[in-house]
Design a protein around this ligand. Structure first.
Ligand code: IPM
Ligand code: MN
Length: 346
């Protein structure tokens, strides 16, 4: 089989450090991978004013997948790189599924005293291209006492149906076969109604999947009080952003949370990234945990159909996490990466 062509965007802050470790693991697992690195992020913006040139975006479309570290730096006003780089990639490459597993590995500490690994094992299917993230809205009389700011949530029948369908497929492939819609239908009546009707209609095609509904505020509570309620969750872009941070917290912290921005139709490459940000406060100190990136690499391998390699990476991480509990030692970013790499190779 031909080589996998991978575009790598280390980005800013700890993104660079964790991506180095992710690539080390990818190399050890033995896939034939050709990587090309793109220097997008704060440095490029500050020195050239460029964020995501059209030519670069077009080039990125040609890869099999993208690995991204993290974007954002205090030298750039908030929102600039987020909107014009990260979100632009997600929108332009039609990453309509933002796949975020929330899974407690054995040996990992959770703040939930009563919960065991079998209780925290879900997949959040976060919509990735619509909702409040679409940027609809505007401002009137800005800077005056009469300023009016509107920010509208965009939800299309097409966009909702395709992500709901993807979530049903995920649920059908898991032992519990349960799909929960998380929304706020009691207040967001137009969008909520579209989501609820779509779930019901598409659900007719998946009689083996049990469906459930939960308001986002209640879901936030259940994430910490009864996480075992959830198997697969489907939700809109903003709700998914928020609940997956709660999910990361209950499953061992943001240092372990992986994600995939998926284009299920294959019309553009999918992009894998840790859920965490660039953490400028600890950048360059070898303090970042590369595990989230390494688990994102496992998701990447799975996405490319390299399921055996993906399982090996995930097993190596699971073993390392167990070892952390029984035999804890302080390790740098490199050391964690080296240890997981050794397990993958060995
Ligand atoms: C995430 C991040 C992004 C988001 C930001 C950086 C734009 O919080 O990946 O969850 O809101 O999606
Ligand atoms: Mn987020």
């Amino acid at each position: 089989s031909r080589n996998i062509r991978l575009a790598v965007i280390p980005g800013d802050g700890i993104g660079v450090e964790v991506v180095t470790e992710g690539l080390k693991v990818l190399d050890a697992v033995g896939g034939k991978v050709e990587t090309t690195t793109y220097d997008l992020g704060a440095k490029r913006y500050n020195s050239t004013g460029e964020i995501l040139p059209d030519a670069v975006l077009d080039e990125l479309r040609g890869y099999d997948a993208i690995l991204l570290g993290a974007i954002g730096d205090p030298s750039v006003p908030p929102g600039v790189l987020e909107r014009d780089l990260l979100l632009k990639l997600r929108f332009e490459l039609d990453h309509y599924v933002n796949l975020r597993p929330v899974k407690l590995f054995p040996g990992v500490e959770t703040p939930l005293a009563e919960s065991r690994p079998e209780d925290i094992d879900m997949i959040v299917v976060r919509e990735g291209t619509e909702s409040l993230y679409a940027g609809a809205g505007g401002v009137l009389r800005r800077g005056t006492p009469h300023e009016v700011a509107t920010q509208e949530s965009l939800n299309t029948a097409f966009g909702v149906e395709r992500v709901v369908r993807y979530a049903f497929e995920q649920a059908q492939a898991r032992p519990r076969r349960k799909l929960t819609l998380v929304h706020k239908t009691n207040v967001l009546t137009y969008a909520g109604d579209l989501w609820a009707r779509t779930l019901d209609r598409v659900g007719l095609e998946y009689p083996g999947v049990q469906t459930d509904y939960c308001h986002v505020d209640a879901a936030s509570m259940f994430f910490v009080s009864q996480p075992e309620r959830f198997d697969v969750i489907v939700t809109d872009n903003l709700f998914g952003d928020i609940i997956t941070d709660i999910g990361a917290a209950v499953a061992g912290g943001i240092g372990l949370a992986a994600s995939g921005n998926i284009n299920p139709d294959g019309t553009a490459p999918s992009m894998f990234e840790p859920v965490h940000g660039s953490a400028p406060d600890i950048a360059g100190q070898g303090k970042a945990d590369p595990t989230a990136t390494i688990l994102s690499v496992a998701m990447l391998l799975n996405h490319l159909g390299l399921t055996r390699q993906a399982a090996r990476v995930e097993q190596a991480v699971a073993d390392d996490l167990l070892e952390r509990q029984t035999n804890w030692t302080a390790r740098t970013t490199h050391e964690i990466g080296d240890d997981i790499t050794a397990r993958v190779a060995g």
